[in-house]
Design a protein around this ligand. Structure first.
Ligand code: NAD
Ligand code: UDP
Length: 320
């Protein structure tokens, strides 16, 4: 019975647990009384993100690279390990591909050996430059195989295919196509837009806008995403599912909002557009609403307030 399953202590492996999303997931699972193994090689994550529960009896940390084989006993694998910020995944494209492909293969093998549930953190990047909005899971898209973004998006695509194939072999696989998510625990130098705009504003630097700023994204606050991931892994839905917020905003409007909230008085600094930067991104949430009865509830203004507050505290802590 469903409620019984929730009460059993599961052994959860969270790959990428020292990263932004992984650290929030770990917090939630520990609060729910679950056992957690955080696996990370600290490539883009930070020990600070799990320092609060280092001594928690249900928490363990393994310093490990997912591209290497792993043999442990687990009930659930939450496979999140991968650089996620374009600024970071482009730094070492071959590393990004190995993590996406070999890392996912290794973690699927582990799930199969353990008969464990498996959730894969896929991405809205899969939709590339789609022309239909909001973006539906059924959209068939093709990426440019040789752009600087391809290392990330192509390895996520093949990783999804690996997930389907292991699903056919009997692994209980869930695929979350995550849209731009933000919140506390992102690193100041992460390079993603909300981190850049907030840290630039707090440090009294001009906000950097790539291109004209008319490109859009739809930003999901972390707490909303985490509740979606928890519902998804426990659902019986085995097709890819969008998880995100469908309130679309232009990068220019986002910059203006953060400028007002932080009191940044400096003029924007417009820089050259990034190669292959998608012009629009906005999820269709029909499937998550129908299958999980889930939808995000934090609007961008509330989410930014919480995130700005966190970044301010981090900066003042570093300056002590
Ligand atoms: P993040 O960079 O904060 O966290 C990723 C974590 O994975 C880091 O702690 C990093 O050290 C770890 N890692 C990277 N390569 C590894 C390897 N080879 N072995 C072990 N650990 C490794 O990123 P995030 O925002 O938390 O993203 C988590 C996952 O969600 C990623 O798979 C990402 O592609 C996906 N995702 C995130 C977003 C978003 O907006 N945050 C959007 C779409 C998809
Ligand atoms: N962006 C920007 N200035 C920055 C960082 C990002 O204008 O300092 C833009 C970027 O060009 C993209 C959007 O913000 O259009 C989101 O970028 P991000 O790196 O957060 O992630 P993406 O959605 O591209 O994966």
């Amino acid at each position: 019975m469903g409620y019984l399953k929730e009460n059993i202590k599961s052994k959860n492996l969270i790959t990428g647990g020292a990263g932004f999303i992984g650290s929030h997931l770990i917090k939630k699972l520990l609060e729910n009384g679950q056992k957690v193994i955080c696996l990370d090689n600290l490539k883009t994550g930070s020990e600070t993100n799990f320092s609060n529960w280092k001594n928690h009896s249900n928490f363990n940390f393994i310093d490990h690279d997912v591209t290497k084989n792993l043999n442990i006993n687990v009930d659930k694998v939450w496979h999140l390990a991968s650089p996620a910020s374009p600024a970071k995944y482009k730094e070492d494209p071959i590393y990004t591909i190995k993590t996406g492909v070999l890392g996912t293969l290794n973690m699927l093998k582990l799930a199969r050996r353990n008969n464990a549930q498996f959730l894969f953190a896929s991405t809205s990047e899969i939709y590339g430059h789609s022309v239909n909005f909001p973006q539906k899971e059924s959209e068939i898209t093709f990426g440019n195989t040789h752009s600087s973004r391809a290392c990330y998006l192509e390895s996520k695509r093949i990783a999804e295919t690996l997930c389907y194939e292991y699903g056919r072999l009997g692994v209980d696989v869930k695929i979350a196509r995550i849209f731009n998510t933000y919140g506390p625990n992102m690193l100041m130098d992460d390079g993603r837009v909300i981190c850049n705009f907030i840290s630039q504003s707090i440090l009294n630097k001009p906000i950097t806008i790539y291109g004209n700023g008319y490109q859009t994204r739809s930003f999901c606050y972390i707490d909303d995403l985490i509740s979606g991931l928890l519902l998804l892994i426990n659902s019986n839905y085995n097709q890819p599912m969008n998880l995100g917020n469908d309130q679309e905003i232009s990068i220019l409007d986002l910059a203006n909002l953060i400028k007002i909230k932080t009191g940044n008085k400096l003029a924007f600094k417009f820089l050259e557009n990034r190669e292959d930067d998608p012009k629009r991104r906005c999820p269709c949430l029909k499937i998550s609403k129908t299958k999980l009865n889930w939808q995000p509830s934090t609007n961008i203004s509330e989410g930014l307030d919480l995130t700005i507050d966190y970044f301010k505290k981090r900066i003042s802590f570093q300056n002590v």
